[in-house]
Design a protein around this ligand. Structure first.
Ligand SMILES: [Zn+2]
Length: 430
């Protein structure tokens, strides 16, 4: 007498086995999580090497560059920030009449690509590094009318954490989101509030980094401020905490600057509008909302310069930063160029400013190579999408086939055990 026939599988056990088999089959059909992409050290500078290069750049170009190191601390936590100022030495224009521009990069630690753009832009401004073969010598005239402050790594401590392996962390060295620590609508939490991402701190400006930036907004009084991020591609203006843009002529001016930039440089491909309206979620206590409402900066923007929508949500380095050289170079070139056009548009559009060289960049836009590359990308993107669709179809078929085999096997198993059970009954085994 076989053991199986002596102890036939009870129906409960069979249904559990069936459920387990179903779960296993579904799990195997589900996409296996992509492996986590590490920081591409051959493409990206470390924070220390960015700092080293900037120091050397400042030393070589003392006629146009200066660098300040600003420190602040609060309740046992301290932060250091490096502020580079570009101001053309051959001053044909009085400082008071210049357009003042503030560019801040790396407010979120995991968005390393932004600081690479900062470094490249400083090379372009001072040592005429070329963008995609474009000669920028005629841009000199425009630069004479500008004072540009660059904060290449606003969140230096947070970035150190990312470099130490916390690839998904965007907060500062003690876990506060620096783009939620400003005072306009501070501390309000949306339904989908995620403390790991958006911790606003214990009070507005509780964080030394935010204090330093606030101080800069007061002392420098910029006309244009760009807070540079990654995660998607967009040109945002206030507000972040509501889904509208401010009323009135100044707001209209901001919008037209962004629309000009979008048309001239991005062939209208960028998302333009209020952060809160266009991005799909509201953010409270952000930098640009404070700059517009309180610091009265006429044109505070948030630029989102890159995002990989296909990357898995736990693969943060890949989600926020290009991982292969062609894309890396293209993002840097494209956004450095965008800043140059922004400078020109700013000069053109800001009331009372002198138009230094109207249309100096017109011949350079759109960039031939850029368009070709973008078209090629779109094509391969579509092909990828199609391939993915095909892949998904095959996966579904495989899943159904597996389920069919398992169900058949289990049904046969139940059937056989019932037969042997009946046989045992017949033979009076009980
Ligand atoms: Zn960000």
């Amino acid at each position: 007498m076989a053991l199986t026939s002596a102890h036939p599988a009870p129906p409960l056990l069979v249904s559990r086995l069936l459920a387990l088999a179903l779960t296993l089959a579904l799990a195997s059909a589900r996409k296996i999580p992509a492996s986590i992409t590490p920081i591409s050290r051959d493409l990206y500078h470390s924070s220390d090497s960015i700092l080293g290069e900037i120091k050397a750049l400042v030393a070589r170009n003392s006629d146009s560059l200066t660098m300040d190191t600003v420190r602040a601390s609060n309740k046992g936590y301290s932060a250091e920030m490096f502020v580079v100022t570009f101001n053309h030495a051959k001053e044909t224009v009085k400082d008071g009449s210049k357009i003042k521009i503030m560019l801040s990069f790396g407010q979120h630690g995991r968005e390393l690509i932004t600081s690479e753009v900062a470094l490249s832009l400083l090379y372009i401004l001072t040592e005429k590094r070329r963008i995609a073969g474009v000669d920028l010598s005629s841009f000199e005239k425009i630069l004479e009318h500008l004072v540009i402050k660059v904060v290449p790594m606003e969140n230096f401590n947070g970035r150190k954490r990312v470099e130490a392996g916390e690839l998904c962390d965007r907060r500062n060295g003690r876990g506060v989101d620096l783009n939620r620590n400003w005072s306009v609508d501070w501390g309000k939490k949306e339904k989908d509030y995620n403390p790991f991402e958006e911790d606003p701190g214990t009070a507005p400006f509780s964080e030394p980094e935010a204090q330093i930036m606030q101080e800069l907004s007061k002392s420098f009084k910029p006309h244009i401020w760009v807070n540079v991020h990654s995660g998607m591609e967009a040109l945002f203006m206030p507000y972040d905490h509501k889904n509208t843009t401010p009323d009135g002529a100044p707001s209209q001016l901001m919008r037209s600057l962004l629309e000009n930039l979008n048309r001239r440089h991005f062939q209208d491909s960028c998302l333009v509008g209020s952060g809160g309206g266009a991005v799909g979620y509201l953010a409270h206590g952000t930098t640009t909302d404070y700059l517009y409402d309180i610091a009265k900066v006429p044109m505070p923007f948030t630029f989102e310069i890159y995002g990989d929508e296909k990357a898995s949500t736990d693969d943060c380095f890949k989600m926020f930063n290009p991982v292969e050289k062609t894309t890396f170079d293209r993002v840097i070139n494209k956004w450095c160029m965008a800043f140059l056009i922004l400078f020109e548009e700013g000069l053109r559009i800001l009331p009372g400013s002198q138009v230094a060289s109207q249309g100096a960049l017109d011949n350079w836009v759109p960039m031939g190579g850029e368009i070709l590359e973008r078209n090629a990308d779109e094509k391969s993107g579509n092909e990828n999408r199609q391939l993915e669709g095909l892949d998904l179809g095959m996966q579904e078929l495989k899943t159904y086939f597996r389920l069919f085999i398992i169900s058949t096997f289990l049904l046969m198993f139940m059937f056989c055990s019932r037969i042997s059970k009946n046989r045992n009954r017949e033979s009076g085994n009980f």
